[in-house]
Structure formats: structure tokens, C-alpha cells
Design a protein around this ligand. Structure first.
Ligand code: B12
Ligand code: SF4
Length: 500
């Protein structure tokens, strides 16, 4: 391979509107600046990815294609792309990274369409791999988190643990994206919303979560003044007025959060912000920190409530510290601080009596709404993640659940929906269970329309509320066709699918 080889970092379509900056590729690109000839190519703006990416590879004479792959529609596009590209460009070195290949490495490499998978966060390791491919650096054997095929076997190098510090990573090269404004959507938070990411991993090991097999309880974060520097920079450069922190667990350290809020206030940076937390962590935050968060612009927090049953929280391995009472206390605490909680629930895990389990969850969600009617409720259907040895995955396997053995099988409709968590191929969930979940969700979304839908006018909101009120009051959720029609007519947005 020649020096200064052309490298394309490709981001397959991840959304149909409200695009976000392709963070994984900005993170990788930051390390390539002034060292490699590379381009970030965002498939969100492609109409025909196969033709357009092929032509980009051809016209650049590119030798390396790095693709970031999340499960769901991104995976669908990626499989079709590599199948085509492998055939057309036999010399092209194809590298996949991101959540799907990190968790399903073998099936990706066995396809023969992908040469390398890099697992977990790999800013430094990606450079090592490029050096190796250039023949002027690290030996392949010494690159952490790298997987590939060799002599008919798949080789996995252990990831780097503990996670490498990230304070000293270079700033992201936003200018590589062209017009950054097209990524700054109008949202509930503000007129120009930027997505940022300030930490890797999570110190917990919930047994349904795709983060755990990758990070195994590791967590590393950028310090608060640095995060404030980054916020200040995007505010000044791009006129950003709202930030979504996409970290798995932004609020892990109360000290970091408190310092960050103080930094924003001291520097008089005016942004509205949002992040993801665990209920038991946030519930322990002192009132003065919650108050500083609110003053500094924190308007909404996404919280993995998961379940209203102590038994199921245990099955999900919520660390033994999250109980249904924690969630209820937090709902009340955040109401006092005028921070909207977005509680997400995972319904439909394996259970002796699935119907009874679902009824219990529905009753609990109603209690949350009673305590804090402003709470947003996000309902996911449980989709297994390959966490060998976890109680939940063991239960799923006992019920006959198995992941596909061939990469192309992920294209089948039943698998493509698994990670959208709308219609999973989990044998213990029968169609009427899914109906029960979705019907309740429909009625709930009518009685309490989401705050995050900025297109929903006051009139439409009242119309929805009126249509859902009698069903919610009587607990009659079955066949809510009239509400579904209204939702379709209004193009009601679902944060669980479209982001927040
Ligand atoms: C932002 C985001 C989105 C955005 C994506 C838009 C965008 N432009 O980024 C939106 C809202 C659209 C989205 C949608 C979905 N998402 Co999403 N998303 C995320 C989120 C919050 C951040 C990802 C990110 O950018 N991180 C920051 C970067 C810097 O870190 P990183 O991605 O880990 O990248 C590093 C490494 O992975 C690696 N890497 C990544 N790509 C590549 C490529 C190469 C070549 C190499 C070498 C390395 C490499 O190197 C990077 C630097 O170290 C993650 C959770 C999280 N906190 O990571 C979930 C997450 C990835 N999403 C998830 C899911 C399930 C989805 C959906 C399928 C469904 C849903 N309900 O959300 C949809 C479908 C999207 C689609 N069309 O395919 C899951 C995946 C779970 C799993 N089973 O694997 C996650 C983990 C959330 C979760 N905890 O459940 N998502
Ligand atoms: S706290 Fe959240 S991010 Fe961390 S392991 Fe549990 S579900 Fe995953």
C-alpha cells in the first residue's frame, strides 16, 4: 500500500431526517488529520449508496474503506454494500467498527466480505492498523481490539483494558463534514442542536445492554473543563444552542457533572442540554447539583428505568441498587427541579407468565405518570444481546433464542426489526403480547403526547389527549385504531425510533 493512501470513512444511513454528526468517524478522523489522505463520507446524504460509494472509491483510487455499523437500518445497508464492493473491488481493504461488529464479530468476518473488525473505542488502534497496512509500523499481532481471518480461523486480539484515557485525544475535525449546519436540527431542546460524546463505556453491567460485552464495566471520561471547552467551541463556531450528550451514562460521576454545570454558568455559555443517566445514580445527586444542572440548561434527562418489578430489575442485573421505589422517588425529585425525566422501560423479557409481567409494568408506568405527569415514557421491547453467561441471555437461550449464523440473514425482515425493538424474534413473546405492549403505548402517547414533538400544535395535542383520555381512565387499551389513525395523520414522532 502506498503512503498517503486514500481512506474513506463511511457512515451508512442512520436516520431519515434530523441528521446527527457521524461521531464515530469524527473521532477516528481526528487522529488522521495531517497524517493521512482521508475523507468522511456520510451516506445519510446518498440516494443510491451502492452507486455513489462505488464511484467515490473509484474516483479517489481508495485502498481502504472504514465503515461504522450500528444494528438496524445501518446494518442492512452495510451488508448490501460490502457484498457488492467485495466483488467489484477485490483489493479494497474493508474495515468495520462500531456496536454491531463489536458484538457480532465472528458472523461479520465469516461472511468473507469484511477484512478487519475493530472492537470498542479504537482511535489509537486504528492508526496502528493503517501503519501496519502501510508496512511502516505496528505488527498486526500487537494491535488491541483487532479481529480478522487467518488460515481459516478467526483471530481476536484482546481489547485494551483498562480503557485508554481520552482527555488527550485531538478535537474532532468538524470541517471535514462540509456544511455543519445541516447537522444542527431544530429539536425540543433548541434551534440548532449538536450531538456530542464525552465518555466511553459504563461502570455497570445490565444484562440486556449492548454496551456491557464491549466495555465490561469500564468507563473513561473527558474532564469537565474540557467538555465545557468543546461546548463553548461549537457554540461560537456554529451557533449551537442545544446539546444532546449521547454518552451511555453521562452522569456517572457527580463531581464531573457538578463541575460541568458550574463551568457553563461561570463562562456564561447559554445552551440547553440533555444526557443519559441511571435512576439510582441521579437519585443520589444532592439537590444543589440538580439545581445547578437546571440553571446551566439541563432540561431533560433520559433514564433507564427498565422495569417496575424488583424481581425483573434483579434479572436485568441493575447492580442491586435500582428498585422501583428509586424510580418513583426520582420522578418526584426531578419534578421539583423542573427537569423532565425520560424513563425508558424494557418490556417483554423472558418470564413465567408474560401477561402478568406486562400488566405489572403497565400499572407501574401509570404510577410514574401520576407522580410526575411531565415524565416521558419510552417503551422498548427486549432484544437479546450476546452476553454469554448473563442470567437474561441464558433465559433467552433456554426459550430457544439464537442469533443468525450468516451475516446475510440479518437482512431478513424478522431480524432487521430486532434492534429496532419493535417486533423481536423472541420465542416467548406471542403476537398478543406485542399487541398488548404497543396498544398500551399508543393510548399512553395519546393521553400524554411527547414533549419532544415540536411539530405537534396545541390543537393537535388536545385532540390526541381527548382521544386517549377515556381509554386511559378506564384501562381499555385494546385495538386503538382511531388513535393510530390520528398518529399517522399527524406524523406523530416516536423518540424510541427516531432519536430525541
Ligand atoms: C448517536 C446514536 C444514534 C443516532 C445515530 C446518528 C449519528 N449520526 O450518530 C441515531 C439516533 C439515529 C441512532 C439510531 C439507532 N440506534 Co443508536 N446510538 C447512538 C449512540 C447514542 C451514540 C453512538 C456514537 O456516535 N458514539 C460516539 C462515538 C465516538 O463512539 P462509538 O460509536 O463507540 O465509536 C467508536 C468505536 O465504536 C469505533 N468505531 C465506530 N465505528 C467505527 C468504524 C471503523 C472503521 C473503525 C475502525 C472503528 C469504529 O471507534 C470509534 C472511536 O473510538 C449509541 C450509544 C453510545 N453512547 O455509543 C447508540 C447505539 C449505538 N444505538 C443503538 C441502536 C439499537 C440504535 C437503533 C437500531 C435503534 C434505537 N432504538 O435507537 C437505531 C437505528 C439506526 C440505524 N438507522 O441503523 C444501540 C446499539 C445496540 C446494539 N445491540 O448493538 C446503541 C449502543 C444504544 C444502546 N445502548 O442500546 N443511534
Ligand atoms: S447503566 Fe445503562 S449503559 Fe450502563 S450497562 Fe446499564 S443499561 Fe447499559
Amino acid at each position: 500500500m502506498k503512503n498517503n493512501a486514500d481512506i474513506i470513512l463511511y457512515f451508512p444511513r442512520s436516520a431519515n431526517s434530523k441528521y446527527r454528526v457521524p461521531m464515530p468517524l469524527l473521532a477516528l478522523g481526528s487522529m488522521l488529520e495531517n497524517r493521512y489522505d482521508y475523507a468522511i463520507v456520510d451516506g445519510n446524504f446518498f440516494r443510491d449508496p451502492i452507486a455513489q460509494l462505488s464511484s467515490a472509491i473509484e474516483s479517489n483510487g481508495s485502498r481502504v474503506l472504514g465503515m461504522s455499523v450500528m444494528p438496524g437500518p445501518q446494518l442492512q445497508e452495510s451488508i448490501q454494500l460490502v457484498r457488492h464492493l467485495r466483488e467489484r473491488f477485490s483489493q479494497l481493504i474493508i474495515i468495520w467498527g462500531g456496536y454491531f461488529p463489536s458484538n457480532h464479530t465472528d458472523v461479520v468476518l465469516q461472511s468473507g466480505w469484511v477484512d478487519y473488525v475493530m472492537r470498542g473505542p479504537v482511535e489509537r488502534e486504528f492508526v496502528q492498523l493503517l501503519q501496519h497496512l502501510n508496512g511502516n509500523g505496528a505488527k498486526r499481532e500487537s494491535i488491541p481490539g483487532l479481529s480478522y481471518r487467518e488460515n481459516g480461523h478467526i483471530v481476536h486480539h484482546p481489547q485494551r483494558f483498562p480503557l485508554a484515557p481520552i482527555d488527550n485525544l485531538p478535537p474532532w475535525p468538524y470541517e471535514r463534514l462540509g456544511d455543519v449546519q445541516r447537522y444542527l436540527g431544530k429539536t425540543y431542546l433548541g434551534r440548532r442542536t449538536m450531538t456530542m460524546h464525552t465518555s466511553y463505556g459504563c461502570p455497570f453491567k445490565c444484562s440486556f445492554c449492548a454496551v456491557v460485552p464491549i466495555f465490561e464495566g469500564g468507563w473513561v471520561a473527558r474532564n469537565a473543563p474540557l467538555v465545557a471547552d468543546e461546548v463553548e467551541s461549537v457554540v461560537k463556531r456554529f451557533g449551537v444552542d442545544a446539546i444532546e450528550f449521547a454518552d451511555n451514562n453521562f452522569f456517572t460521576s457527580v463531581t464531573r457533572t457538578a463541575q460541568f454545570a458550574e463551568e457553563l454558568l461561570r463562562r456564561e455559555i447559554h445552551v440547553t442540554w440533555w444526557g443519559e443517566a441511571r435512576p439510582d445514580t441521579l437519585e443520589k445527586y444532592p439537590d444543589e447539583t440538580l439545581a445547578a444542572m437546571r440553571r446551566s440548561g439541563c432540561k431533560m434527562v433520559f433514564l433507564g428505568a427498565e422495569s417496575g418489578s424488583a424481581m425483573r430489575l434483579k434479572q436485568m442485573n441493575k447492580g442491586g441498587t435500582q428498585t422501583p421505589e428509586t424510580i418513583l422517588r426520582l420522578a418526584e425529585k426531578l419534578r421539583r427541579h423542573h427537569i423532565i425525566p425520560e424513563f425508558s422501560f424494557v418490556l417483554g423479557a423472558p418470564a413465567e407468565d408474560v401477561d402478568a409481567a406486562l400488566d405489572e409494568e403497565i400499572a407501574f408506568i401509570r404510577r410514574v405518570k401520576k407522580i410526575n405527569p411531565q415524565s416521558e415514557i419510552i417503551i422498548y421491547v427486549y432484544a437479546p444481546v450476546p452476553m454469554l453467561g448473563s442470567a437474561l441471555f441464558n433465559d433467552a437461550q433456554k426459550h430457544g433464542f439464537e442469533f443468525p449464523h450468516r451475516l446475510e440473514d440479518w437482512l431478513l425482515p424478522q431480524w432487521s426489526k430486532l434492534d429496532l425493538r419493535r417486533n423481536p424474534l423472541t420465542p416467548w413473546l406471542e403476537p398478543h403480547h406485542l399487541d398488548k405492549i404497543h396498544n398500551f403505548e399508543t393510548v399512553l402517547n395519546a393521553r400524554y403526547p411527547t414533549n419532544s414533538d415540536i411539530k405537534l400544535t396545541a390543537r393537535r395535542r388536545r385532540l390526541l389527549q381527548a382521544s386517549g383520555a377515556w381509554r386511559y381512565a378506564t384501562g381499555f387499551y385494546g385495538a386503538p385504531y382511531e388513535i393510530k389513525l390520528l398518529h399517522r395523520w399527524m406524523r406523530y414522532r416516536q423518540p424510541e425510533i427516531e432519536g430525541f
